[in-house]
Design a protein around this ligand. Structure first.
Ligand SMILES: [Ca+2]
Ligand SMILES: [Ca+2]
Length: 244
């Protein structure tokens, strides 16, 4: 099982089973196509629970990461979104790292998204059984959008298709109406839901007002005295992360 978290800007740490794997963009600034891997025997990240982490270079600033089985082999893979660092070969790209049977990651495959994004997720948003990649970016100047990169029959991602919307600082793929199909939500100053239709297309988004700012969702659940709370997301300000 793969889990991840972003530690500091430019560094991505990944946990694969009992191993910590890190991605540090500082390692291939001059070698766009050559993935560099390094094992570290001592690090502030290492605890007695984990093996030393491994760094996979991205060449540009990692902005967001999603974990999911992109190639359908039962192993979680990684889709990472970079923003900009004056590195045209790696800026504004989706970097896909497929997982090998031994738990290592294959050399990345990059897909351009055209502009700086802020979030990414994985899910089958057209119902063909293949996991797709969704990115989000919120830009008041050139327009907010979600971008969908569908996975084709060859296992690669098609060119990004953009869907203008009002909110996409964070995107999430999940079945929001219980029909068994993965939908897309964008959260920012509002909440936009794109439901997947029964033909595998996305319906026009429905916008929901977001006017409650919550930092600690679990504390809110306790405060309200609820046994369970179905939560989509929260944000103190548009630039802060949300929880799902
Ligand atoms: Ca996989
Ligand atoms: Ca699909």
């Amino acid at each position: 099982m793969v889990k991840s978290w972003k530690l500091v800007p430019g560094v991505l740490a990944l946990v694969v089973g009992a191993a910590i794997v890190g991605c540090n963009d500082s390692n291939d600034r001059n070698s766009d196509d050559e993935q560099t891997t390094q094992k570290r025997t001592s690090s502030p990240l290492t605890t007695s629970l984990f093996e030393p982490y491994v760094a996979y270079a991205t060449g540009s600033t990692p902005e967001a990461v999603a974990i999911g089985d992109l190639d359908g082999d039962g192993r979680n893979d990684i889709a990472l979104l970079t923003s900009t660092r004056n590195d045209p070969a790696n800026d504004n790209m989706v970097h896909v790292f497929l997982q090998n049977p031994d738990g290592t990651l294959q050399p990345r495959v990059r897909y351009p998204v055209g502009r700086r994004g802020s979030s990414i997720d994985i899910g089958d948003v057209n119902g063909d059984g293949r996991a797709d990649v969704v990115v989000g970016d919120e830009n008041s100047t050139i327009g907010t959008r979600i971008g969908v990169l569908l996975q084709n029959a060859t296992g690669t991602l098609d060119a990004i298709v953009a869907y203008p919307t009002t909110s996409a600082y964070r995107v999430k793929v999940a079945d929001f109406n219980g029909d068994g199909r993965a939908d897309i939500a964008g959260l920012g100053t509002a909440l936009d839901i794109f439901l997947q239709t029964d033909t595998g297309t996305l319906a026009p988004p429905v916008t929901y007002r977001v006017d409650r700012l919550v930092q600690d969702v679990e504390a809110l659940r306790g405060h309200l005295g609820l046994d369970r709370m179905d939560l989509f997301g929260h944000s103190e300000l548009p630039r802060l992360p949300w929880r799902v």
